[in-house]
Ligand binder design. Structure first.
Ligand code: NAP
Length: 273
């Protein structure tokens, strides 16, 4: 019987995961079936249990169920434990294993695809939501010179700093405190780009040394990347590479083969254009 996988979310119709995993499977000569699973709020455990009973081998988890998946797992990896969120479940020998591949996806996109080291660099992250929680442990693992979180609601950033203190040094600041500071890597992990808004960053934040990275991907430049371009940032990138890299890590966990990501990223770029 063909091994079954799926992405579960609410909503889930927009997810590119079935396309990405089907392309990985083709390229790696793996026979899998990858579907979309919709779950009503509060129905996560039931929908997953039915999928497992039907013989499923694994599941990707998207909004808003990453915390439910964390609680559903019998065992989790260190990075999932740090994030308290799971985006990859594996069902094996009657047990449920949880992992979080979002952070490694971001780090691989920056370090390998964009060829921009995180180690010894000053990193700024805008936002303090679920996306940030998922990437902090893998970012800290790279040993940046500094890691700063800025958020409109400062207490959320401070809570993340307290939570992640065992994994490394980081600081929380308010947007007003960005004035006069400079960074090598600036990651927009807010949802502002989805609403075509710009986070309240001061002018002059970017320089020719800066990598400006927006976790949101879109056909044109987001307001954040437009500002970075206007201030002559050294490099601009959106989150499409991260999306494909986190999927590749899930695929490798399930199938034991690391798929090539470049071709799939290019294909998606054309589809989304
Ligand atoms: P979330 O939990 O809802 O958090 C949203 C964050 O954005 C909060 O920190 C919020 O600040 C901030 N924010 C929203 N609008 C803002 C604005 N106009 N100015 C400044 N800050 C603003 O969302 P999330 O799950 O962390 O996701 C964040 C983004 O990352 C989403 O757009 C998602 O699409 C993207 N993402 C991409 C990938 C990928 O693979 N490329 C993976 C995961 C997430 P307050 O706390 O002050 O409200």
């Amino acid at each position: 019987m063909t091994d079954r996988y799926a992405v579960i979310g609410n909503p889930v119709a927009h997810s590119q995961s079935p396309f990405i995993h089907s392309e990985f499977a083709l390229a790696c000569k793996q026979e899998i079936l990858y579907e979309r699973l919709f779950a009503d709020l509060g129905q996560f455990n039931q929908v997953v249990a039915e999928f497992v009973a039907a013989g499923a081998k694994g599941l990707n988890i998207t909004l808003p169920f990453k915390s439910d998946a964390f609680r559903f797992a019998d065992e989790v990896t260190e990075r999932a434990r740090a994030a308290e969120a799971v985006n990859t479940l594996t069902f094996r020998d009657g047990k449920v294993y949880g992992d979080n591949t979002d952070g490694v996806g971001l780090v691989r996109d920056i370090v390998e695809n964009l060829d921009y080291p995180v180690t010894d660099r000053r990193v700024l992250i805008l936002g303090a939501g679920g996306a940030v929680r998922g990437v902090l442990e893998p970012l800290l693992r790279e040993k940046p010179a500094t890691l700063t979180i800025v958020n409109r609601t400062l207490v959320r950033a401070e809570a993340l700093v307290n939570h992640f203190a065992p994994w490394g040094q980081l600081e929380a600041i308010a947007y007003e405190q960005l004035q006069g500071r400079s960074f090598d890597i600036i990651i927009n992990a807010t949802s502002s780009s989805l609403h075509k808004e710009l986070p309240p960053i001061p002018h002059g934040l970017f320089s020719a040394r800066t990598l400006a990275y927006d976790m949101v991907y879109s056909s044109g430049l987001t307001p954040f990347l437009q500002r970075a371009q206007a201030e002559h940032a050294g490099m601009l990138a959106d989150g499409l590479g991260m999306l494909v890299e986190q999927a590749a890590e899930s695929f490798a966990i399930w199938r034991g083969v690391q798929p090539d990501t470049r071709k799939v990223t290019n294909m998606l770029r054309e589809i989304l254009a």
